[in-house]
Design a protein. Sequence first.
Length: 272
Amino acid sequence: MHRAPKRKGVTLALVWEGYRAAHPEDGYGYSRSCELCRRWEGRLSPRMRQHRFAGERAFVDHAGDTLEVIDGATGGVRQAQIFVGMLGASNDTFVEASWTQTLPDRIASHVRMPEFFSGAPGQPVSDNLEAGVTKACFCEPKGNRSYADLAAHYGTAILPARPWRPRDKAKVEVGVQLVQRWIVARLRGRQFFSLAGPNAAIRELLEAFDGKATRHLGARRRQLFETLDRPALKALPARPCERAGRLEHHVEIGKHCHSVPPPFFAGNSGRG
């Protein structure tokens, strides 16, 4: 009764009717079933629960912890960032290492995430990192143009969390903590000499992580993904999204900025 209403169009009443049909004589009544379900949900968390529908949202964030990657030529050490994406209904998780949290690496992670899930969620929920959101607003946040093009390519809508409202993406906040404990902590003692190294190690641990049964639901993330999220995800386009670089130029005339094409600046080192 807790998981079934995550599917679109499914209500507690429909679930109860199926239950009562299987137990016509000794089954609970509808009101009693709802009461027992609410009592059980109350033991899961003391806060108000937010119901996430299958395929609706994927929550994304970067972990605070990083992994060291050694440059074999110079011996220098570079910190690889950890990108985490978690589906709302099943908690199935995608993790990968990238060099930075800047827009190109962020877009690339958003491209590989739906490939990992074999489908695109309806609304990726991100934080208000400047690489993705140019104007934070409660009603109409303004996203980066490349970020918007990514959403249009997959038929989704980027939904940034409100500033200073971590509960808007509390699911991935918890997910990041679990990834840091179960994956990143296990890889700290290992040496990597390219970005492919930590990503290969992450994939091995991620399979076990998504296959681990959660204590509060008693089901594996991958199992819930197959029954809840996978059927509800959007089909992937024939081609993956390719980020195109943009050059934007302006000239200032009378305290007003006017857009001009890039050839205008060919051979001109001044500011116009």
